[in-house]
Design a protein around this ligand. Structure first.
Ligand code: PLP
Length: 354
């Protein structure tokens, strides 16, 4: 059992916070002064530490560099209206982290190590949690296979690391998406439901090709028939057809997004009917043709909600109506933000307060 008191803390001698312009935060540009590191060796987690943010030194035959045993998470800490700091659903992220780790034959992280690691890091780098509306501290826990050896094998050693960095509000430039009918992100039985490194590397080429055609992302379809919609980029997809909210049902090829889950929970308390089921490309194109497609959006930690403007289906562009504050996606985004900032009651115990 790792307790908070077991984490060895070495503070950085000088803060880099003055280098940051908090009114113009770019996603992924800055990291805080410290990082959390723990090692897995001889079948157990050892020496959890918080140290000044620094480069890793890796042997060239470190297994993660060759065979892709890597898993990551992404969550956010928010500055509440009373200045306290809250982390959004860390236990749910831990659950998914361990699901991903199990798929990749990597050791699970015990709850106290994960939660205390994040807690201590955010506490120490608390000044980095922005207070500007819509800004937050992005937290990136990840694990890599760290055994040094040639040859394809399951690593016996791992590093679990947590880093964090301030991020600004996501300016919702509506997305142009292209339905992908050739390339595949994930097949049933594969690793699509795990947040493991290889899934993202494999998605770059088809995404670049879609960009050359003038789209921002591809809308993935199922690997067998290319008939059913899965997700896009690092976001789950939701549609509003008339007053029905539909989203693809989870499967082994779709990541179980915490934002998706939170939105569906909140939608249950609004005047919307929700259906989690297979969504075919044909249903989407019929809805456009029948003028009942009212909203489409991506849901993920980074953007929260990303409105879709255009969906290209087999060469034809279909445009969504302009969104406004009354749109379901904007109402639900505001509700989420109010819960996180402590403006609305946290009825589901989603906030972990530091
Ligand atoms: C991270 C991710 C999501 C969104 O998950 P959240 O928990 O909402 O951030 C969706 N799809 C993929 C492929 C992802 O990597």
């Amino acid at each position: 059992m790792q307790l908070t008191s077991d984490i060895t803390i070495t503070k950085s001698s000088e803060s880099r916070i003055h280098e940051v312009d908090f009114s113009h935060l770019e996603f992924g540009r800055h990291t805080t002064d410290h990082m959390f590191v723990a090692d897995y060796k001889n079948g157990e987690w050892q020496s959890p530490q918080i140290i000044p943010y620094s480069n890793l030194s890796l042997n060239p035959v470190t297994l993660a560099l060759h065979y892709g045993q890597t898993v990551f998470e992404g969550m956010k800490a928010f500055r509440m209206k009373d200045k306290r700091v809250s982390i959004f659903r860390p236990f749910k992220h831990l659950e998914r982290f361990n699901t991903s780790l199990t798929r990749m034959c990597m050791p699970n992280v015990p709850e106290d190590l994960f939660i205390h690691g994040i807690h201590k890091l955010v506490e120490i780098d608390r000044a980095w949690v922005p207070s500007e509306e819509g800004s937050s501290l992005y937290i990136r826990p990840f694990m890599i296979a760290s055994e040094e050896r040639f040859g394809v094998k399951v690593s016996d050693e791992y590093k679990f690391i947590i880093v964090a960095g301030p991020v600004g509000p996501y300016y919702a430039t509506p997305l142009r998406l292209k339905v992908e009918r050739e390339y595949v992100r994930a097949a049933r039985g594969g690793t699509g439901y795990a947040k493991c490194g290889g899934n993202y590397g494999g998605a770059f080429l088809p995404t670049q090709l879609a960009k050359q055609d003038g789209y921002d992302q591809v809308m993935w379809t199922d690997a067998t028939e290319h008939k059913y919609i899965e997700e896009c980029g690092t976001m789950n997809l939701l549609f509003r057809i008339n007053d029905l909210i539909v989203t693809p049902t989870l499967s082994s090829s779709i990541l179980d997004g915490v934002t998706r889950d939170s939105i569906l929970t909140l939608a249950g308390n609004m005047d919307f009917e929700i259906e989690k089921r297979q969504v075919s490309v044909e249903e989407i194109s019929e809805a456009f043709k029948g003028n009942i497609m009212r909203e489409a959006f991506g849901a993920g930690t980074a953007a929260v909600v990303a409105p879709v403007q255009t969906i290209n289906i087999d060469g034809e562009d279909f445009d969504l109506p302009a969104w406004n504050e009354e749109s379901f996606m904007m109402q639900v985004k505001l509700k989420l933000s109010n819960i996180r900032r402590g403006v609305d009651a946290d009825n589901y115990e989603w906030n972990y307060i530091i």
